[in-house]
Design a protein around this ligand. Structure first.
Ligand code: PA5
Length: 448
């Protein structure tokens, strides 16, 4: 099944020479070896490399039992987290959900809504307003336990739960996913007696979707986490360090994007032709942006949803500054079938399409766009998957993680830290007059 995931690199050939790719192969092979030997930069954060194959039956059952408990108590489950503690679950749930999920009348599972991923006062107010007595539970996810956005959202939701259900009952409705031993959330969970799941020490936030961070919310939303994990395990086997370059698609992707980067293609635009994949792109943007954007280096990861954005960003991609390349996630099959109807009047002159599947029209848009963009000077990488399912999403997630590690090492950065994320937090705390930040506070206020 896995060999149905393919990478098509033929449309970078007119932008990079064969030698440019050949020259990067040794670095890619070396990077892959370092990920397995744990001899590269950031080697204390490589727990994700073999994570999926080490998830035990006991762990999966613990998640599934917690899902049963939360589902029996709730119509809505609020998942609180930001960055790596948010995007993976959001990406998979959105990809697998009915496009009109919140409006369905026959839902079997609780509706998962997210909070703590920004600081909008209106969002939190409207969240509480929407709850309006509906049965609700909460999953709070924070590895550090001190991140401002989820901590504020959790205070609000915890207060709401305690007011509605009382302190004792609300404890049954809160699950914490955090560090095994340290951090404010761990401390609170122990004190309050919340059900907890652990984020392993050696797995960073953006690599944590295949831990309870992603698995619990995805399972609450009603999706098959065993298939998700199986997809990742199978992909893990396909990308082992003894799998030759010619068959190892994570090496090929990492080499291709680095070769393009060295030719001045500094922006990688992830493209989908299905809005359900919008948040997969957001997850990928964090994975690559936070892993590679450092030391004045790194491809800028961007994203578009086609054909929607062909009517907004299409002009720039076709004709603007030539520093872009595209990586298209091309999905072969749809879940449903629908054809363009015939119309006797034919005022829109679309009868030549009558009877054709919408997916065929979408595919022709995809192919036509690819050719036009190549002609416009935009190299094209295509990653093909047969369908959007738990299995293929699990495989794709692991593929992108592994390729990210390899790519970061080729770039010669530590792909597993994120020192730059601290800068805004320090300024925010100083401006909010956090004790200890008095000097920075005065300096910053002079600049505003
Ligand atoms: O990738 C990362 O490490 C970050 O995006 C974190 O996931 C994000 O900042 C949230 O951190 P935490 O889980 O500690 O609240």
């Amino acid at each position: 099944m896995l060999n149905e995931i393919k990478i098509n690199l033929q449309n970078i050939n007119q932008f990079v020479a064969k030698n440019d790719l050949e020259n990067l192969k040794p670095a890619a092979l070396d990077a892959l070896r370092k990920l397995h030997d744990k001899t590269g930069k950031g080697n204390d954060f490589l727990g994700w490399v073999n994570l999926s194959s080490s998830i035990s039956e006991v762990e999966l059952m613990d998640i599934e039992n917690t899902v049963s408990e939360l589902s029996s108590l709730s119509e809505i489950v609020i998942v609180i987290g930001i960055g790596g503690s948010y995007l993976g679950a959001k990406a998979v749930i959105d990809a697998l959900s009915n496009s009109f999920d919140p409006l369905l009348h026959n839902r079997k599972n609780p509706l998962v809504v997210f909070a703590g991923h920004q600081l909008s006062e209106d969002y939190l107010f409207e969240l509480l307003e929407m709850l309006n007595g509906r049965p609700v539970s909460c999953i709070i996810i924070s590895k550090s336990g001190t991140t401002t956005e989820p901590a504020i959202a959790f205070r609000i939701v915890k207060n709401y739960l305690e007011n509605v259900y009382g302190k004792t009952e609300s404890k049954r409705r809160i699950v914490a996913i955090t560090d095994q031993s340290k951090g404010a959330l761990k401390q609170m969970a122990t004190k309050e007696g919340y059900k907890t799941f652990v984020i392993p020490d050696d797995v960073g936030g953006r690599f944590s979707v295949l831990t309870p961070v992603g698995l619990l919310p995805i399972a609450v939303a009603g999706f098959d986490i065993r298939q998700l994990v199986k997809g990742a395990v199978d992909m893990g086997e396909a990308l082992m360090s003894d799998v030759p370059y010619e068959e190892n698609i994570c090496l090929q992707y990492a080499v291709a994007r680095n070769a393009l980067y060295r030719k001045g293609k500094k922006v990688e635009v992830m493209v989908n032709y299905n809005p359900k994949l919008h948040f997969l792109t957001e997850w990928w943007k964090q994975l690559y942006g936070e892993s590679e954007g450092k030391e004045g280096k790194g491809i800028f990861p961007a994203g578009v949803d086609f054909t929607t954005d062909l009517h907004s960003m299409g002009q720039y991609i076709q004709d603007g500054e030539r520093m872009l390349f595209e990586t298209v996630i091309s999905v072969k099959n749809t879940l449903h079938k629908l054809a363009v109807p015939h119309d006797d009047e034919n005022l829109d002159q679309l009868n030549f399409m009558a009877g054709k599947r919408i997916n065929e029209v979408n595919k022709m848009a995809e192919q036509g766009t690819m050719l036009a963009h190549i002609d416009g000077g935009v190299p094209n990488i295509r990653i093909e998957i047969p369908e959007i399912s738990e299995y293929y999403l699990g495989a794709l997630i692991y593929f992108f993680e592994k390729a990210c590690g390899v790519s970061g090492y080729i770039l010669d950065v530590n792909p597993f830290d994120q020192p730059g994320v601290e800068a805004y937090k320090k300024n925010m705390f100083a401006l909010l007059a956090k004790p200890g930040y008095e000097k920075q506070s005065a300096d910053l206020k002079k600049r505003l």
